[in-house]
Design a protein around this ligand. Structure first.
Ligand code: G6P
Length: 477
């Protein structure tokens, strides 16, 4: 423990993200916290435990002050949000301005000055919270699009810190980013970091073009020499670090007897079709769920597949349900689902089983094991971890992945059946290719993809990022 009166906090490694990596659960002894299932926390928990780590984030419910607490060798520093801030900063600016803007304007982004004001206020609160727990010279790693102003705010308050930022979603082309009335503030906010990580090289180069255009800097070898009004000068660098999953854990679950048994039960209960297809997504307009259903519906209509030999499961986990675009999407998807099921289901066979739920990882792995064909048809996706999870779960090297070119994962999973989901005929043909792929060919492809995912897991991702951040510092000195 360092001296608490020196104006610095106690922690050497701090992660800042919109949500804390824990969920509240009720037990017979009262309420407690449980670690959330995400890959990010799995990767970072060991780093936290070793390095005196703290995590700064919103606990997930509005108007609630939670005292800082320790959990699993991590110090958690809650940042409160009011009901209004959840509406303006989270549902508004983060998920109805930035989210659609950064995903190729699939939905129309809304620009409201009140949302922007709340985004600024909340980003400042996160930056203050991070500064209050950071020891002198600590490393702070800020996560994702909800917090793009935090690097600059932190740099101003605490020039002693090493600051990293990782954007989990795409960074849009300049011509689209240009729409944002506050484009320059966002670019300058991000440039507060020593290292800015993106999923794909194209995201990093989109960002660097915007830096040149909207902040007027010259770029050399992905680096920017930043100078600030208060006389700071440092190097900020943008680079790709494709995120991954805890592949070993998924593979281990895929070999558990009870989970294998459950996967067989799922197939039986679907009426034992020859081919089970699976889609797993947050119910989000970026995921191309409607395109997938359209292709599937047409294959049934054409008689290329029938309800006796094929069945599709679509898991759509509830997401951002108070945002208008998500409500509309749900109406649309559920209308399509109703038409397909109503037309093709029989008493004993289901053409489409739609599940608007989220499931624990064990059930997800059972679903991956039950599926001969996995359909990932996102119209734009930073990475898409579902594709990687499916691959990691297929320990027998069977099964085929249909994967949209518009995902970050398509850069790494080159042996998938790659598809442009806007091309419905192409998508139909790809589904049939995957369904009818000769076993040897499927196994060759799956083996190569599994090697890629198992070698490049999320632990390696975080190590690569943090090593690169350290090196930046060495070079600056
Ligand atoms: C994407 C974003 C994350 C976000 C997640 C779930 O993966 O990159 O930052 O946490 O979606 O969205 P939610 O709005 O429920 O946090």
């Amino acid at each position: 423990q360092k001296d608490a009166t020196d104006g610095y906090g106690d922690f050497d490694f701090i992660v800042v993200s919109n949500r804390l990596p824990v969920d509240r659960v009720s037990t017979p002894d009262g309420e407690t916290w449980r670690r959330s299932p995400g890959g990010l926390v799995t990767a970072l928990a060991p780093v936290m435990a070793k390095a005196d780590g703290a995590w700064v984030g919103w606990p997930g419910s509005p108007d609630e002050e939670v005292e800082p607490f320790d959990h699993d060798d991590m110090h958690l520093k809650p940042v409160p949000l009011s009901t209004d801030e959840v509406e303006l900063y989270y549902e508004g600016f983060s998920n109805a301005t930035l989210w659609p803007l950064y995903h190729d304007v699939i939905a129309t982004p809304e620009f409201h000055r009140t949302w922007w004001d709340a985004y600024r206020t909340v980003n400042r609160r996160f930056a203050d919270a991070a500064a209050s727990v950071a020891a002198e010279g600590a490393t702070v790693w800020v996560q994702d699009y909800q917090l793009q102003l935090v690097p600059q705010l932190l740099r101003k308050a605490r020039p002693d810190l090493k600051i990293g930022f990782f954007n989990h979603i795409p960074f849009p082309p300049l011509e689209i980013f240009a729409q944002l009335p506050w484009r320059r503030n966002i670019i300058e906010g991000l440039l507060g970091a020593d290292l800015i990580g993106f999923q794909r090289p194209s995201d990093a180069s989109n960002f660097l073009r915007c830096v040149r255009r909207f902040a007027g800097y010259t770029i050399r070898q992905q680096q920017v020499n930043v100078t600030t009004e208060d006389g700071l000068s440092y190097v900020s660098r943008a680079e790709a670090f494709p995120i991954s999953i805890d592949a070993a854990k998924i593979a281990e679950l895929a070999q558990r007897e009870d989970i294998i048994e459950r996967s067989k039960q799922i197939r039986r209960e679907l009426g034992n079709p020859d081919t089970v297809m699976l889609g797993v997504d947050r119910l989000d307009y970026t995921k191309g769920i409607s395109h997938r259903l359209k292709a599937y519906g047409e294959l049934l209509e054409d008689g290329e597949i029938t309800v006796d030999n094929a069945s599709m499961i679509q898991v759509a986990s509830p997401s951002r349900e108070r945002v208008e675009q998500y409500r509309l999407l749900r109406e649309e998807v559920e209308g399509t689902v109703g038409r397909i099921s109503g037309t093709y289901d029989t008493i004993s066979n289901t053409a489409l089983r739609y599940l608007h739920h989220s499931y624990p990882v064990e059930e997800m792995v059972a679903l991956y094991l039950a599926a001969d064909v996995m359909l990932v048809t996102a119209l734009r996706d930073g990475m898409n971890l579902v594709a990687k999870e499916y691959v990691a779960a297929r320990t027998g090297n069977t099964g085929a992945l249909v994967l949209s070119e518009f995902t970050g994962a398509a850069d790494q999973l080159r042996q998938a059946v790659l598809v442009n989901p806007h091309d419905i005929d192409g998508l139909k043909a790809s589904i049939l290719t995957a369904m009818n792929m000769p076993a040897r060919e499927a196994s060759r492809r799956m083996r190569l993809m599994r090697r890629q995912v198992l070698q490049n897991d999320v632990e390696r991702w975080s190590r690569n990022f943090l090593d690169a951040l350290e090196q930046d510092q060495d070079r600056d000195q």
